[in-house]
Design a protein around this ligand. Structure first.
Ligand SMILES: Cc1ncc(COP(=O)(O)O)c(C=O)c1O
Length: 397
């Protein structure tokens, strides 16, 4: 793939008709190295956030050796890209056939569960294996996170005792895992969750070999500027150290969003303007699912030379399909003189956005190009001056 230096240059030279995905491998590599060096435990990548084989390779090359996979397709995918990687099947409700294939064909030994039924399923599918690491998923609050993961999975504290004791009898190594919800805006989310873990360990009186704090590590978006990731790592490590099992257990985490949000952005074209509504060529069924369905705002930048001097106003976007729901409320702040034919870069779409693209109505992904400039926002260069030094593309949110 050809390397480009700026989205503006790309828009002006190619004038692409379809949306273009702008990939920044150096940003994903930087995020991987940050987790590997600073998280005081093992960081595994939650593949669902962006299953691109190139990204998996970048993360592997930069020290991520463990991958949280949620389906047999993800198991096969990661194995194909990085055969030496350790895969952990962390979906608490799996098909029995998927467990059997993961165990016997791909050597997967780590599975999560949140019910006795799932434990029995794992025992059957692995024919009573004695080399398993089994992680009991506990239900914890999502109240400090922007996206809840508190309803669907996780055993309640009141039912955890029996499940932990039963699982302890089957497992070679016993883990406890949880997920505080995605885009956790405060490190206290993890501290509170660890208190539940402590209560579960005390009541079940079992030895525990793994504490897995899951995903939820934030990225940075307009209106969502979280504390530094070091503050999360520090709070998690301190809470872990205070658990009665810390001397004999490992600490794991499963970041998705934080490892790949900065990896990709999108170059779109304005096809029509109606007042403060812009009809653009990507949307709810493309990479903007979260912008449409949960009102998430992403950084935007008008790519025009000379730069527009108009004051900024808030716009909403319509995507290209015929569906009314293909609408992103925003507001997205852009110069007031945006016109059809203008190009806009929409940032921070490397997590989930790019992974959830469909081909609905015939609007499929356009080209993918590699960029060597900086993403529109970053959590990995905190200091303002250093940020300006690395790039002129990092914008104020
Ligand atoms: C089990 C599990 N681990 C990790 C993640 C990644 O979460 P995040 O992208 O918020 O870091 C998810 C996301 O749904 C998940 O379900």
């Amino acid at each position: 793939m050809h390397k480009h230096h700026s989205a503006l240059g790309l828009a002006e030279s190619l004038r692409p008709v379809q949306p273009v995905t702008l990939l920044r491998p150096h940003a994903a590599a930087r995020a991987a190295r940050f987790f590997v060096e600073k998280f005081q435990g093992r960081s595994m990548y939650a593949v669902k956030a962006n299953p691109s084989p190139e990204l998996i390779q970048i993360l592997w090359d930069n020290g991520i050796t463990h991958f949280d996979v949620a389906s047999i397709a993800e198991v096969r995918l990661v194995h194909g890209v990085a055969p030496q990687a350790t895969l952990c099947f962390m979906h608490p409700v799996k098909a029995e056939e998927a467990i059997a294939e993961a165990y016997s064909v791909y050597g997967v030994r780590t599975f999560s569960l949140d019910s006795i039924e799932e434990l029995e399923k794992i025992e059957r599918a692995t024919q009573g294996a004695t080399d398993l690491t089994l992680c009991v998923r506990m239900r914890v609050s999502s109240e400090m996170s922007k996206l809840s993961l508190a309803s669907k999975f996780g055993v309640e504290l009141t039912d955890a005792k029996e499940l932990l004791q039963r699982t302890r009898q089957v497992a070679d190594a016993l883990g406890i895992c949880f997920h505080v919800g995605s885009q956790a805006m405060s490190p206290s989310a993890y501290v509170q969750a660890m208190e539940k873990v402590r209560a579960a360990i005390v009541s079940a009186a079992v030895t525990v070999d793994v504490i897995d704090v899951g995903g939820g590590f934030p990225s940075v978006y307009p209106g969502m500027e979280p504390p530094a990731l070091e503050a999360y790592f520090g709070a998690i490590h301190q809470a872990f150290e205070s658990l009665p099992v810390s001397y004999s257990s490992e600490l794991w985490c499963e970041p998705g969003r934080a490892l790949c949000a900065e990896y990709a952005s999108l170059l779109v074209r304005v096809e029509r303007r109606r007042g403060d509504e812009l009809y653009i060529n990507d949307g709810a069924y493309g990479a903007l699912f979260d912008a449409a369905h949960i009102g998430w705002r992403f950084p935007v930048k008008l790519l025009r030379e000379p730069e527009s001097k108009a004051r900024e106003i808030g716009f909403s976007f319509y995507g290209p399909t015929c569906d009314d729901m293909d609408h992103m409320a925003g507001p997205f702040h852009l110069p007031a003189d945006v016109q059809p034919g203008d190009y806009i870069e929409i940032g921070m779409l490397g997590a989930y956005g790019c992974a959830m693209r469909t081909g609905f109505n015939g609007f499929t992904a356009g080209d993918r190009v590699i960029m060597d400039d900086e993403p529109m926002a970053t959590l990995y260069v905190r200091d303002e001056e250093a940020r300006e030094a690395v790039s002129s593309n990092v914008i104020k949110l």
